[in-house]
Design a protein around this ligand. Structure first.
Ligand SMILES: N[C@@H](CCC(=O)N[C@@H](CS)C(=O)NCC(=O)O)C(=O)O
Length: 128
C-alpha cells in the first residue's frame, strides 16, 4: 500500500485527491508542518527539501520501493502507474501537462505567497 506523508494544505490535498480519484489504497502519515514535523531526520530521509507531500510506493518501478516528493511529480507518477488521468495521445497529454505546470509554477506558489504575507500582516503591529 502507498504511504502518503501529508498535511491539510492545498499541496497536501492534491496528493490525497489524486489517490482517491484513482481508487488506490493508501496510508496517511500526518506531518504537522505547524509543529515542524517536516524537519525530523526520519522525514528528511523521505523528502530532503522538508516539505509535504511525499509518498513511498512499496511497489515502485521494477517492483522495488520508490520514494517521491513534489506534488506535481507525484500526480504524474500516479497517473502513469495506473494508466489513468494522463492521455497517451501527445496533444492531449500536453494539455494536461500545461495545466499541471500552470498550477505548479504559477497559481500554487502565488497563492502560497499571498497566504504567507497575509499572515505576516495580521501578526505585524500597526503603526499608531
Ligand atoms: N512544490 C512543492 C511545494 C510543497 C510545499 O510548499 N509544501 C508546504 C505545505 S503546502 C510545506 O511543506 N511547508 C512547510 C515548510 O515550508 O516548512 C510541492 O508542490 O510539493
Amino acid at each position: 500500500m502507498i504511504e502518503l506523508y501529508t498535511w491539510k494544505t492545498s499541496n497536501g490535498r492534491k496528493a490525497s485527491i489524486m489517490l482517491e480519484e484513482l481508487g488506490l489504497p493508501y496510508n496517511v502519515h500526518p506531518i504537522n508542518i505547524g509543529q515542524d514535523d517536516q524537519f525530523t531526520p526520519e522525514y528528511i530521509a523521505i523528502n530532503p527539501n522538508s516539505k509535504i507531500p511525499a509518498l513511498v510506493d512499496p511497489d515502485g518501478p521494477g517492483g522495488k520501493p520508490y520514494t517521491l516528493f513534489e506534488s506535481g511529480a507525484m500526480l504524474m507518477y500516479l497517473a502513469e502507474k495506473t494508466g489513468k488521468l494522463m492521455p497517451q495521445e501527445m496533444g492531449a497529454r500536453y494539455q494536461v501537462i500545461q495545466w499541471l505546470m500552470f498550477q505548479m509554477g504559477g497559481l500554487g506558489p502565488m497563492q502560497g505567497q499571498a497566504g504567507w504575507w497575509n499572515r505576516q500582516e495580521e501578526n505585524t503591529p500597526k503603526a499608531i
